[in-house]
Structures are given as C-alpha cells and as structure tokens.
Design a protein. Structure first.
Length: 327
C-alpha cells in the first residue's frame, strides 16, 4: 500500500523493493493497489500497476487524487519504460481518500479491464462523462476497443465498459465461460457479486440492498427496470474485497469456483457458480486477519493476503495427510 513493489522467487523475497516505481498517495484507502503481469510477459516483459495518483498540492487545499493505470518493465531491479494507459482529467481528481477500485484483469482476446470506485461521490457512478464508479476496458497499450459500448455516445468516456458500480475491488475472468466476475464493496448490507457485461448499469446509487453506515437509506429502491441485479449479495455485509477463480490441480473439487475475500468477517470463501448464477458458498478460512486479496497460483496453491497479522499465506494440499494445510 505504501508504494513498494516486491519480487519473490521460490517463496522468498528478493532483497529490497523495485526502484523507481510511481509515487503513490498512501492515505486512507489509497496506495499502490494492484499489479498484473501481461499474458505475453515472456515475450514483451510488461507489468501493469494501478495506484492512487496525486496532483501537485494547491495552497491551503487538500491534495486531489484519482486511480491511474500504467505499465512498465523491470530491468536490474529498477522500474523502466513506464507508459500511462489511463489517467483521468485533472478536473476529475478529488480530495476523497476512499473507493479507488483498483483491480486489473485480462481476457482471452487481450483486453485489459480495470475498475475505479465512485470515490465517495455516489452520484458520479451514473455519470458517463466521469471515470468514477465504473469498470473500464482498454487494449494493453491504452488504446480503446472499437466495440466498447459508449465509444459513440456524446460526452461519454470511451473506456467505460459498465457503470453504476460502487467500489469494484475484485475482477476475474472465468476460464471456462469467459464471464467477467466482479466483487463490489457496498455500503452497510450491500456487498455484491456481479457478472459484468458490456454497457450494463449496475444501479449504484439508484438501487441497492444496503444502507448508509449511519443507518439512513441510500435509496428506497432495490430494483428498477433497466438496472442490473447482483448475482448475489450479502446482508449483513462481509466487507467483500479481492477475488480470483480457482483453476488449479491441488483442489480439483474447487475448480471453476470463485475465491472471495472478506475484510470485516476476516474470511476466505469458496463461491460455487454455474454459468452466471451463484449456487453455494462456504467459508474455508476464518479469523486470520482482514483478508484483502487472494490468488490461485500457477502451482495450484492458494495465496491469501491479509492486513493482520500482515502476511501472505499459502493454502496447499498435503496428500499424505489428506487435508488442507496452512503454511
């Protein structure tokens, strides 16, 4: 979160962080938020970062910030060849330090999806002229796909793929169906799982299953024509955060299921899906700290990031004893 980019090989961190990475605004919920490796990394060496980028502070005013997406390469322990793929207009930067969104994911066609939360300004999620409260789609070099849904809409940002998203903190492409699944951190009682589709409006703040943190209603509506319902939601909230989809060999019974983290409940959940429907969920890890992100590793193990005890944990299968073990 403070802005350090680290490399681990064979389960051990290399000495020191990568030098020269972008400066981040590490305040509130902001910081260095996601890192993604290009699907063709072995050929091109590109690595992608999302982070809270700040404008120069103005006299007597709080520094304004917004989510930014860049890519670069790592050469001899240094961040090089940086390219900006997405940066908001300066007048869209805000002093808020919440709801940056931040996830990055690629589909099989090579599109890059990234999320930006509504930055605590809920009405902006419905405004197609602003990046807040949206899932965006670009090509890896930052150019805009011609079939993006709002390319020809006057005044709309052409990168927008979906809107009405409060704070999308998890994105993952299902390896079988190709669906783009999203976990969305809601208000009190409004955490959601969605299947994100081109041009769809997911309703925030016009409809919601949650309430403001002070108990006051956000909206009197939970559904409305033309607005999408979540595939599932939690009431009360679990503090949903990052997610991935398991496709490894160590836990074949979980293959194709969502791995979903929870901050408030300090949980890792298996959420089983069929097509675009949620069927069942179960808690497989509890009370190991605020679970912020999860990744299914290439070795088939599951890697979990927590705020406290501030660790990266590895969940693997030990055949000899036939149970799940936490290393």
């Amino acid at each position: 979160k403070a802005g350090q980019l680290l490399i681990a090989r064979n389960g051990k961190l290399e000495a020191g962080p990568v030098k020269g990475t972008p400066e981040v605004v590490s305040e509130g919920q902001g910081g260095l938020m996601d890192v993604a490796v290009d699907p063709k990394f072995s050929e091109n060496g590109w690595i992608y970062l999302s982070f809270s980028h700040g404008l120069p502070a103005e006299d007597g005013k709080p520094q304004r910030a917004m989510t930014k997406i860049v890519r670069g390469k790592i050469e001899k322990g240094r961040w090089t060849n940086e390219e900006t793929l997405f940066a908001a207009s300066p007048d869209h930067y805000v002093p808020s330090r919440v709801h940056y969104g931040c996830r990055i994911v690629f589909d099989e066609a090579g599109h890059l999806y990234f999320s930006i939360g509504e930055r605590g300004m809920q009405e902006n999620a419905q405004d197609l002229s602003r990046p807040n409260g949206k899932v965006h789609r670009i090509w890896p070099d930052g150019s805009i796909p011609e079939d993006n849904p709002f390319v020809k809409t006057p005044g709309a940002l052409p990168s927008i793929y979906s809107y009405g998203n409060r704070n999308p903190q998890g994105l993952a492409i299902h390896p079988v169906t190709g669906y783009l699944w999203e976990t969305e951190h809601g208000p009190m009682g409004g955490d959601e799982i969605n299947v994100i589709e081109s041009g769809k409006n997911y309703g925030w703040p016009v409809i919601t299953w949650g309430r403001n943190y002070n108990g006051a209603p956000v909206s009197a509506l939970t559904e409305k024509d033309g607005l999408e319902q979540p595939a599932s939601f939690w009431r009360p909230s679990i503090g949903v955060c990052g997610m991935d989809i398991y496709n490894g060999e160590q836990f074949p019974v979980w293959r194709g299921a969502l791995l979903v983290t929870a901050l408030r409940n300090e949980e890792l959940r298996i959420v089983r899906v069929a097509g675009e429907h949620v069927q069942h969920q179960e808690i497989i890890l509890k009370n190991m700290g605020r679970a912020r992100d999860v990744v299914a590793g290439p070795d088939g193990a599951i890697y979990l990031v927590t705020n406290g005890p501030g660790a990266i944990m590895k969940l693997s299968y030990i055949k000899e004893r036939a149970y799940k073990a936490l290393e």
